[in-house]
Design a protein around this ligand. Sequence first.
Ligand code: GUN
Length: 296
Amino acid sequence: MMTAKLILGKEVSGNIYAELRERIATLKAKGITPGLAVVLVGDDPASQVYVRMKGKKCEELGMHSVTVVLPKETTQAELLAKVAELNRDPAIHGFLVQLPLPKGLDEEAVINAIDPAKDVDCFHPYNVGKMLIGEPDFLPATPAGIQQMLVRSGVETAGRHVVVVGRSNIVGKPMAAMMLQKGRGADATVTITNSKTRDLPAITRQADILVVAIGKPKFITADMVKEGAVVIDVGTNRVPDATAPKGSRLVGDVDFEVVKEKAAAITPVPGGVGPMTICMLMANTVHAAEKRASGQ
Ligand code: GUN
């Protein structure tokens, strides 16, 4: 029995923000203010919260921030026109269209229309391909944030078995693609599992590092984790809780209370991976501005 060390996104992101502030100051000394635009279509409450947080963080860092809110009746042509406008806007170094989009809008066509040089989400197939061949221009925010948590907490990845539970385009697939690359925070042996995987516990128990992004509350139980493993919980599931002020609370994909007694290190929910996503989005925007400033 052991009680796991907590890996906290607030701590790790705090260190990265300190570095970003210096890079932003260097850009500003050259007359460049990194600019991020976020497009929100419709009125999904969770998306509204995320979009507000992204704008707020830009302002805190002294970056240029534009939030574009479009009604849920927006047509595909209108949305593509907005994307084209942001592609041309010199004050914007990076932008994203918040997902999911309202019904009737084609997400894939919208992502394909974004200039890859401004694709700070790293969702465009060009950037996904570059990442896969090990020559990334950008890294997708959540997996990049997890990699930073591992590196900056001193978790060795080289030669170790990383098991990823979940295969989404936003987390599972890019996480696996990043961990199998050569280099620091990678060089791992990687297994990707999904909801159809047979005898999942037999596989998760082999993990030295277990990354869980399956979207099911408390899905990973103690019997699925090897003693001494590092457990990264990407889940953000809202579950009813009559004792909570909001009537609900956030829980991860990992049964934290029991797994923390077995793991060497674990990320809590909330306070674990969550803060890293916006942090890495800001890092990608600063990177885009530096890249343009250097004429690349
Ligand atoms: N919806 C949930 N996460 C994300 C994200 O990282 N980027 C975008 N564009 N939409 C999201």
